[in-house]
Design a protein around this ligand. Structure first.
Ligand SMILES: O=C(O)CCC(=O)C(=O)O
Ligand SMILES: [Fe+2]
Length: 311
């Protein structure tokens, strides 16, 4: 039977996805192999991702959500007419990137970095791990999600073997719009090689326009290169082949993937709800780490994270 009977029309970055069977599908759930890390490593190599349905304690995730919505309310991201926990978007809110609400937040820090999830990565990497101190937190109101990209351009100064972990704080319908991954894209180095090794915070010291951008001229983080692969998810699928894969995530799920998998997110097509999720990074403790994401106040994409070179 076609999976399409279960998937409504999907939209990403303002584009309707082509819903043919060979262009869109559901993520493979790997929770059946939750105790078999050899099999999980095999699937990760093959699929480029692991979707672990219900792996986390749902109540713990929902308790973490409450700490996030409380802080998002204080920042004016939620609509004060409703209890913050329900996650109504403040009118006109849009795409809010709010890493600060994860700081000094034990519910989120413990969920991500000390319990079952940290243990998952310890077993997956089969050695001691470390994680980035920076946690990306998105509260996305009605409108566009995230455009197609790989993560390496934002975090490639250390190992390239680290993993992103995307955690939804609440149930995410197709309409609310969760993460989508492009099937098999991690194997398309022929198409990725001229894109994926560029660093968004590097600039050419001998090109005045790039220097001006890096020092604050460009609108977003001083980037000349934004790390975006495409603004058109259907078109990038046509180029790479494979299907855009997603699901209706539930609180307690996570999806993890490496630095070379093309991913994006679905648009938020609800009238007034927020999609709340975090993305965190884990790696082998023995491998070099990207200094932009380490410390009490990681420099990230600020001027302190910029690196000039002659090119
Ligand atoms: O949540 C999103 O919209 C994008 C997430 C993402 O790009 C990531 O987890 O690396
Ligand atoms: Fe990403």
């Amino acid at each position: 039977m076609s999976t399409l009977t279960a998937i409504p029309q999907l939209y990403s970055f303002g584009h309707p996805l082509d819903m043919a069977d060979d262009k869109v599908g559901l993520l493979r759930d790997s929770s059946d192999a939750a105790n078999d890390f050899d099999e999980l490593r095999r699937r990760h190599a093959e699929d480029g991702y692991l979707y672990m349905k219900g792996y986390l304690d749902r109540d713990e995730v929902l308790a973490a959500r409450a700490t996030l919505t409380e802080r998002l309310a204080a920042e004016g991201v939620t609509d004060p007419k409703h209890p913050h926990f329900e996650g109504y978007a403040a009118p006109g809110g849009g795409y809010a990137f709010k890493p600060e609400v994860t700081k000094n937040n034990p519910a989120v820090q413990n969920l991500l970095y000390s319990g079952r999830l940290a243990e998952f990565y310890r077993k997956f990497f089969a050695e001691e791990i470390r994680h980035y101190d920076f946690t990306w937190l998105r509260a996305i109101g009605p409108g566009k999600g995230t455009n197609p990209h790989c993560d390496l351009p934002y975090m490639g100064r250390g190992t390239h073997q680290h993993m992103t972990c995307w955690v939804p704080y609440g149930d995410i319908s197709f309409d609310l719009g969760g993460l989508v991954v492009l099937e098999g894209s991690h194997k398309r180095m022929d198409l990725l090689k001229n894109y994926v090794f560029r660093d968004v915070d590097s600039f050419c010291e001998n090109k005045p326009e790039q220097v001006a951008n890096a020092l604050g001229g460009a609108k977003v983080f001083g980037w000349t290169f934004s790390g975006t692969l495409s603004h058109n998810p259907p078109m990038i699928r046509d180029k790479f082949g494979g299907r855009w894969l997603t699901t209706e995530y539930r609180a307690g799920d996570f999806i993890t993937f490496g630095m070379f998998l093309v991913h994006a997110s679905l648009d938020n097509r609800t009238a007034n709800r927020l999609r709340i999720s975090s993305d965190a990074r884990y790696q082998r403790a023995s491998e070099p780490i990207d200094e932009r994401w380490v410390g009490v106040n990681p420099p990230g994409h600020t001027t302190a994270g910029k690196r000039g070179r002659i090119c």
